[in-house]
Design a protein around this ligand. Structure first.
Ligand code: IVH
Length: 700
């Protein structure tokens, strides 16, 4: 696993464990339990870790050391009594028939030898050549795939190890998850476990696309895979380059193997992919040789790994060894150290994005880390530079933990040359010289230049023509920049008023290319509402939000009027916007802010003369009784989670809202329904029980 960025470091460790008093230990164990729970939640539920793997491991190690010295102080909520964090609320819950446990970690050869010796003692075995399998430890997320009579029936995430999330529909889109088992000899009930991951190439391509589209990029393939699997729309999962390696199993109706190695071979025969590097080893020295060999290949592998896993091969022995609190005694993860290197900051440059955000980037004296050339590292924002006290001329520790953008972990203060000056974050935009300001409580510094800022203007135009927006073929980033520079394209509507005769005359163009461009542009004079909304590049309005808006407002004119009216926060329009499930107040404010700007309204007027925005059509089954209706769910339902109820309703063409208003058509009440039911009654909105609801949608 890769916890990303290393943005904030683990808190300084106040005191060595050996000279701790009982009182110190108590305080420290509480702090560590809270901190680890916090980071688990970020990692498992939000796919947004704040600290690096190494820092996380350091927290756990310290916790273990203190618990070992003060066993009587072990807390009920000790990190060792929990596995990961509880699942989030969006998907239906799945209680695992067999808990999905974690692995203990070994950080060096001594740890591995100790693991080996402990097993020998436990089993009273006197052999140096015990057989273990060694496999790469894939940096993805583990899944439980349930097969009944050879059919894939359910896929679930690990969650907290006991309860995960049902992501079956999404997993069905992954090619390496067979919908039906091949061959024969599989048990009637078989749960295959393994790792979903995104390959590095696909990950970089996805991030490049997101960058052009102005969407936030993923920090590393692991986060990206996790985000892709937990999509409410399987079509999005399907578009992501996800893969699966099988390496374990859960509940089974019959035993199908006597060794782990044999199980892997069967998985392969049944249609799964098993990591081809996996190896059957004998004795600890072969394990360590495997570790070194995989370590040396690590940078060339098409996917990220963060260690190797050793597992006792004989399943009878595994059974005898059994499990400790959160991990099996018969397996261990031997972790790789984070890939780091030291280099010098030659310069700090400020990049200006589409929304005017100023991002400081360190230009580094080039170095290679784990076989990958590194020239630049992001410094994120003003606070991060302050936290690190990074200055031009400093020697810094740079880390790649599977992250796209290398991180600066620390400044090597001892190597700071005399006289280097503290870095002063600019108060003006380097591109347009407008004031750059930071709102109270915000981390980002924003250029106030708006449309006069060339960086923002060009980035917005690039976004406008990008694949998920207007999708104008042949209009690359370079063309946009050049057209902007010479004044041919200053605003989006200019794209539709090009003089193709003049373009044909340009160097590198010619008649044919100019005609092709004309065709590509004319083909986009009609555009779907959701694409159009996305193309506008409103801060926080990515594809998903654009679709929500299109779905809700249906037509461009209607949407525009509503957004313009919503400027008044007492208006119905503002309440309605905030009521759309999935749109928070911050996003709503950004949308309304966009319409409040005169020049944006002018751009829309101008575009209106060139293009037609198509009404959003919902592909709902004609027979659906709830197509176009607005539904609110309240209280907990018996037959499905709120997330599932919502996604089903939406699939049938309904709008699901968060709160009850005059516009609500149905309120579906589950157990413990609160004030929403009362409000519905007061407004005369139709109230349905869960049973009535299921009957209405034809699901009972
Ligand atoms: S075996 C009971 N094998 O590492 C043992 N896990 O730190 C179950 N992982 O939750 C895990 N590659 O997400 C196993 N070849 C491999 C693995 C692997 C990656 C992950 C998995 C697990 C975590 C434990």
């Amino acid at each position: 696993m890769s916890r990303a960025k290393g943005k904030s470091k683990a808190s300084p460790e106040p005191r060595g464990v050996t000279d701790m008093t009982e009182d110190d230990a108590k305080v420290e164990l509480k702090r560590l339990a809270d901190a680890i729970a916090h980071h688990d939640k970020l990692y498992h539920q939000q796919d947004a870790p704040e600290i690096s793997d190494a820092d996380y491991d350091a927290l756990r190690r310290r916790n273990n050391e203190i618990e070992a010295r003060f066993p009587e102080l072990i807390r009920a909520d000790s990190p060792n009594r929990r596995v990961g964090a509880a699942p989030s609320q969006t998907f239906a819950k799945v209680v695992h028939a067999k808990p999905m446990l974690s692995l203990d970690n070994a950080f060096d050869e001594d740890d591995v030898r100790a693991f080996f010796q402990k097993m020998k003692n436990f089993l009273r075995l006197d052999t140096e050549s015990l057989a273990l399998t060694a496999e790469p430890k894939i940096d993805g997320l583990s899944m439980n795939l349930r097969y009944e009579r050879g059919e894939f029936v359910q896929g679930a995430t690990r969650g907290d190890g006991e309860t995960g999330e049902d992501v079956t529909a999404n997993l069905r889109t992954i090619r390496e998850i067979p919908p039906r088992l091949r061959g024969k000899g599989w048990p009637d009930l078989l749960e295959v476990r393994g790792e979903i991951y995104m390959d590095r190439k696909g990950f970089f391509a996805l991030n490049a696309e997101r960058e052009t589209a102005g969407e936030p990029v993923f920090a590393n393939p692991r986060n990206s895979a996790a985000g892709s699997v937990r999509q409410l729309d399987p079509a999005i999962t399907a578009s992501r380059p996800l893969h699966f390696f099988a390496y374990a199993w859960g509940e089974i109706s019959d035993e199908f193997a006597t060794t782990h190695w044999q199980a892997l071979e069967k998985f392969r025969a049944w249609g799964f992919t098993v990591n081809p590097l996996s190896k059957l080893c004998h004795g600890v020295d072969e394990l360590l040789a495997f570790y070194r060999s995989v370590g040396s290949e690590r940078a060339e592998l098409p996917y990220d790994i963060d260690g190797v896993v050793y597992k006792v091969n004989d399943l009878k022995l595994q059974e005898r060894l059994g499990f400790a609190a959160r991990a099996p005694r018969w397996a261990i993860a031997h972790k790789f150290p984070a890939e780091q290197g030291q280099t010098v900051i030659n310069d700090i440059k400020i990049q200006v994005g589409r929304t005017g955000k100023l991002t400081p980037v360190a230009e580094l004296e080039p170095l290679t880390i784990g076989g990958v050339a590194v020239r630049r590292a992001t410094l994120h924002n003003e606070d991060e530079i302050k936290r690190l006290d990074a200055r031009i001329g400093d020697t810094v520790v740079v880390q790649r933990a599977g992250d796209v953008i290398p991180q600066i972990v620390a400044v090597v203060k001892e190597r700071r040359p005399r006289g280097v000056k503290e870095y002063v974050f600019p108060h003006r935009c380097p591109e347009c010289n407008s004031l750059a300001v930071r709102e109270p409580g915000e981390a980002a510094t924003l250029c106030t230049g708006g449309l006069i800022c060339p960086a923002q203007a060009v980035e917005r135009l690039k976004h406008f023509v990008s694949r998920d927006a207007f999708d104008i073929e042949g209009m690359g980033d370079k063309h946009i920049a050049a057209f902007w520079e010479e004044g041919t394209i200053k605003s989006p509507a200019d794209i539709f008023r090009l003089n193709y005769g003049a373009i044909a005359e340009r160097e590198g163009w010619g008649e044919l290319s100019a005609q092709n461009l004309k065709r590509a542009i004319d083909a986009r004079r009609r555009i779907a509402l959701d694409r159009f909304i996305f193309a506008l590049g409103i801060p926080q309005v990515g594809q998903v939000t654009a679709r929500l808006l299109a779905r809700h407002y249906r037509g461009f004119k209607h949407w525009r009027e509503a957004m313009t009216a919503a400027k008044d926060h007492d208006s119905e329009a503002w309440v309605e916007l905030n009521n759309i499930n999935g749109i928070g107040e911050d996003t709503a404010a950004d949308i309304v802010g966009f319409f409040a700007e005169k020049h944006n309204q002018a751009i829309l007027d101008d575009l209106n003369t060139e293009i037609d925005v198509e009404d959003y059509v919902i592909a709902a089954p004609v027979a659906s009784a709830i197509a176009g209706k607005t539904v609110v769910f309240t209280g907990s339902m018996e037959t499905m989670s709120r997330g599932e109820a919502k996604s089903r309703a939406e699939a049938l063409g309904a709008n699901v809202a968060g709160s009850v208003s005059k516009k609500t058509d149905y309120v579906v009440i589950g157990a413990d329904a609160g004030s929403k039911a009362a409000k519905a009654a007061a407004l005369g909105v139709t109230i349905l029980t869960e049973k009535e609801w299921l009957a209405l949608i034809g699901a009972s």
